[in-house]
Design a protein around this ligand. Structure first.
Ligand code: FES
Length: 145
């Protein structure tokens, strides 16, 4: 197993985000599917849109990987029933973010972000990029382009 996968498994085991079951392509903390390579993901961006079932998103939010995305998305429901999608790419120098109980941490220089995308600790100054999410029935349509 490569170092990145091992790191993700370890990090996510500590994260505590609840696993949503039964959805290929949903990479969640504490989830054995973290070992699944992106090529096996069932989700893909088509025409700038990513469509996923609402059931793929846990109440605490879920980390989703899809073909056509440079980084994973963190998708979470809001109290008003809407959803948000955050790109898990550090706004400092594009580092990979890893989940923590509070949000996400960048392995490159230590920036920390809340689950809302707000910066908790620099050097990053800008919040995480958000994508519009529209719900259509049982589907979430995320505009990623
Ligand atoms: S790239 Fe993330 S803190 Fe520098």
């Amino acid at each position: 197993m490569n170092k990145r996968r091992e790191f993700l498994k370890t990090t996510c085991a500590l994260c505590g985000v609840t696993l949503a079951s039964g959805s290929a392509g949903v990479w969640l903390s504490g989830c054995k599917t973290l070992e699944k390579p992106a090529e096996e993901s069932g989700f893909a961006v088509r025409d700038g849109l990513l469509k996923i079932p609402v059931s793929a998103v846990a109440a605490e939010g879920s980390v989703i990987q899809a073909h056509g995305l440079s980084r994973e998305l963190y998708i979470h429901p809001n109290a008003d029933g809407t959803f948000e999608a955050l790109l898990l790419r550090c706004t400092h120098m594009n580092g990979k973010l890893n989940p923590t109980p509070e949000g996400f941490t960048c392995a490159l220089h230590g920036s920390r972000f809340a689950k809302t995308g707000a910066v908790l600790k620099g050097p990053a100054k800008e919040p995480l990029k958000k994508y519009p999410v529209n719900r259509q029935g049982d589907q979430l349509i995320i505009q990623v382009a």
